[in-house]
Design a binder for this molecule. Structure first.
Ligand SMILES: [Zn+2]
Length: 146
């Protein structure tokens, strides 16, 4: 190593890390902004889809491990909502910049708690949300037992 090389290293060795840091910060800022845009776009899209089906949105959580680091292009979300029948539903969906919203999986966490759904109108016996006929007296939404 000659003297001029040492001089150059001393000069640019000090300047370059700062320059790279600034570049990295700008890239990070753009990336974070992209995440934010993607996340608000996905949230709006999911809310719209849930409400279009007569549901009530409770929460949207990003699944970072399923989304990967390219989640500004495609994110996987765990969505909790009350559906039209008042059931608490946990759903997984994928929202992509180009692919739109795709529902991957859906399961009911809790049956309806609404009194009109869970109690027999005639005798008051609790009825699960999916039942249409009272187990005790036979009353049903569709009519009495023939
Ligand atoms: Zn009954």
């Amino acid at each position: 190593m000659n003297l001029s090389m040492a001089f150059l290293l001393a000069r640019y060795g000090r300047r370059n890390p700062v320059g790279s840091l600034v570049t990295l910060s700008i890239i990070a800022a753009i990336w974070m902004f992209g995440q934010w845009v993607a996340s608000s776009r996905d949230h709006a899209r999911i809310r719209k889809e849930v409400e279009r089906n007569g549901g009530k949105l409770i929460s949207i959580l990003l699944n970072p491990s399923a989304s990967g680091w390219l989640r500004s292009l495609e994110g996987v979300y765990e969505v909790t909502f009350l559906n039209r029948g008042d059931q608490l539903v946990l759903s997984t969906c994928k929202s992509g910049l180009f692919s739109g919203l795709t529902w991957l999986d859906q399961r009911i966490l809790e049956e309806s708690k609404s009194p009109s759904y869970s109690n027999c109108v005639k005798c008051g016996t609790p009825m699960p949300g999916v039942e249409t006929r009272c187990a005790k007296c036979g009353w049903s939404y569709t009519g009495p037992i023939a």
